[in-house]
Every structure is written in C-alpha cells, then in structure tokens.
Design a protein around this ligand. Structure first.
Ligand SMILES: *Cc1c(COP(=O)(O)O)cnc(C)c1O
Length: 366
C-alpha cells in the first residue's frame, strides 16, 4: 500500500474511486515540482501560451478559455457574476445544480429554480417549456450531476436555448469535461462552461477552466458588480498577454500542461477508457443492484448505484479500505440509499474489475 508523510503519523492512503478528487499518476504529480517561475516573467508567458492553445483545442473552440486558480465553484461564480444580467432560470436535478442556484442567489440575481426529480435528466423540451414562462436572460444547468450519476444532453439543450434571442447558457461541466468530449465549436452557443481540475481532468484540486462564447465579454461589460477576483474583463485583458490577473497556481498549471498534452495525444484512448470503465460498472450494477440514473442518461464519469440489497455502505467502505480502495457513499439524502463509483482519474479497467470483485466478496460475506 502507498503511504504519505502526514505528520505526526505516517498513514496509508487508499486508491480513490470517489468522484473527485481522483487518482493522479506520479508522472503528472512530478510536473508540479518543476522550478518556480515568476508569473510576469517570459517563462510564464510560454507556459500560458501553451495552456491557452491546448485548452482551446481540448474544447474545439476559437474563443477564450481562461485558467482560474480556484476550485470548480469559482468557475460557477465567474459565470454567474459575468453572465447573468438579472433573471436566471436554474434547473435543479441534484446537489450541484442546487449549488448553481445558490450561487445565483448569493450574488444578488433574481433566480427561479425548476426542480426535477433527482435521478432524472434535464430534457431539452422541458428547458423550452420553462423558458417560455418568463423573461429570463440566462439559464444554468449541470451537465453531469455528480450527486445522482446523471448526464443531461448538453448539445440538445444548447440548441433549445439558442432558439431564444439573447438568453445565455451557463454550464457546470465540472465532472463531464475530460470524461466525455465537449466540442464547443461544434455545438450551439454555450456562453460559459466550467470545469474543475480534481475531477475528470485528473489533477489535484485548485484549478478551473472556463470556456466562454463569442458574445460573453460584450455582455459582461454591461453588468455591474462583477467583483474583482472573478472579473471576466480583467481575465481577458491578462489572457491576451498569456497571463492571469493575480498570481496563479503555477505548479498546477505545469501539471495541466502535461495532462492536456496527454489527452490531446490520444483522445480516443482517454475518452474510451472512461466509457469502458463506466460500461463495465453499469453492467455489473444492473446485475447486482440497480442504477439510480434514468435509463439512457447514465453518467460516464461515475455510476450511482441504488443500494437495493440494503448493505451498509459505511461497512463496505471500511472493508474496501483494508484493500487499499475507497468509494463514495450517496450524497446527502441519498446516503446509504445509493453509493457511487467514479470512473475518472488514473484508474484502469483492471482496477475497476478489482474493486467490483471486492464489493462482490463483501456482499457474499453478509
Ligand atoms: C465537485 C463538483 C462541484 C464543486 O466543485 P469544487 O471544485 O468543490 O468547487 C460542482 N459541480 C459539480 C457537478 C461537481 O462534481
């Protein structure tokens, strides 16, 4: 078993099958130990240039992709502060889409929430119907609900939002980006789309990528109280110089550079691996338990399994820990009613098989 120096006791660290943070291979962690560079020095602008180019390739977009030193929630806050004028429609089908609504409220926006049962996806028809009920300038959705294991059809939703004149689409793609291809240049306008480094990008926590549309900056200019740290106009001004407004996490950016290069070098292998782990886990879960997600909308990033056998998930995790593994209990009210297996990060199909085998052993031993 691997260990870390976590003073005063040296302790064991289980392999992560939770939906973030995820396993990061040593090779990528090593990138974080490169010598420190000044963030206004020419060495940094070389790094910035590479990152900006590769993140645009990653999203297949010509528009800016900013690199934020914050967790994913900072990306959500940036989208809300700079993208919502006043009236925002928030689709809530789990804990993270509820957070998006709360970010809107906390930033003084007039937010209307549409609740959809947990486990169900946000459907384009529903978005069209709800949009017609009021005068909204923005919509928020979570592409992949990490609390329920549901992936909503982003491209179809973008089409529907684009039917409206001047309605912005804000997307939390924190657990979908890098688990499935998101080619922004090939779909209807998505105005803000954010990721978080510790999810499918398979890096330590601390960075968020934020992709914007061609019209996003224009709207941001008309919005007051954008704040300072998350001001899009300031970000853009620095971005043009391949820099960031304040001191970024240079170490994490070094790791991001290697990760993006790795993904871009073999996109089929990278995305295919996620799909393979998800397919295997789903098949297993259907045979042994049941899937929590609505059929046809199961997440590729994680599988949320309904605990139809009534096993103790807490005990399961203790047993797994003895074998150097660790998964996630259900989120909030879904605790013990469901459990979640992540497919993100540096895990292989064999690791996944090993995990499922251990769960089988645990179930058989009850
Ligand atoms: C993890 C997660 C977040 C929150 O991200 P932080 O990095 O913890 O701020 C938001 N949305 C989704 C869908 C997530 O999975």
């Amino acid at each position: 078993m691997r260990t870390i120096d976590d003073h005063p006791v040296r302790r064991d660290v289980p392999r992560l099958f939770i939906p973030g943070p995820v396993e990061v291979e040593d090779e990528i962690l090593q990138a974080m130990t490169r010598p420190m560079i000044g963030h206004r020095a020419p060495e940094f602008t070389i790094l910035g240039e590479t990152l900006h180019r590769d993140s645009q390739r990653f999203f297949r977009t010509e528009n800016p992709v900013y690199i934020l030193t914050s967790s994913g929630t900072g990306g959500m806050e940036t989208a809300v502060r700079n993208g919502v004028r006043e009236n925002v429609l928030c689709f809530v089908n789990g804990a993270f889409s509820e957070r998006f609504y709360k970010v809107c409220v906390a930033n003084g926006k007039n937010a209307t929430r549409v609740d959809i049962p947990w486990g169900e996806a946000i459907k384009p028809e529903k978005v069209r119907e709800e949009l017609s009920r009021g005068d909204f300038d923005s919509v928020t959705i979570v592409h992949n609900e990490t609390s329920t294991g549901v992936m909503s059809p982003l491209a179809d939703i973008a089409e529907v939002v684009a039917e409206q004149d001047d309605v912005f689409l804000l997307v939390d793609a924190i657990t979908s980006a890098a688990a499935v291809p998101i080619h922004l240049g090939e779909m209807a306008t998505v105005d803000f789309l954010t990721t978080g480094s510790q999810k499918a990008l398979a890096l330590p926590p601390g960075l968020a990528l934020l992709a914007i549309s061609e019209r996003a900056l224009e709207r941001a200019e008309t919005i007051e109280n954008r704040g300072l740290y998350f001001d899009l106009l300031a970000m853009h001004k620095s971005w043009k110089k391949n820099q960031t407004p304040s001191t970024p996490s240079i170490a994490l950016m070094q790791a991001l550079k290697d990760r993006l290069a790795m993904i871009l070098a073999d996109e089929d292998g990278w995305y295919g691996g996620h799909q393979e782990r998800a397919d295997l886990t789903r098949e297993w879960a259907r045979n042994r338990f049941a899937l929590f997600a609505e059929s046809g909308f199961e997440s590729v990033s994680l599988t949320c399994i309904e605990n139809t056998r009534g096993i103790s998930i807490a005990d399961l995790n203790s047993a797994l820990r003895e074998n150097d593994m660790f998964l996630s209990n259900g989120y909030g009210d879904l605790k013990e009613k469901t459990f979640r297996i992540g497919h993100m990060g540096a895990v292989t199909i064999d690791d996944t098989k090993e995990l499922l085998g251990l769960i089988d052993q645990f179930v058989a031993s009850r």
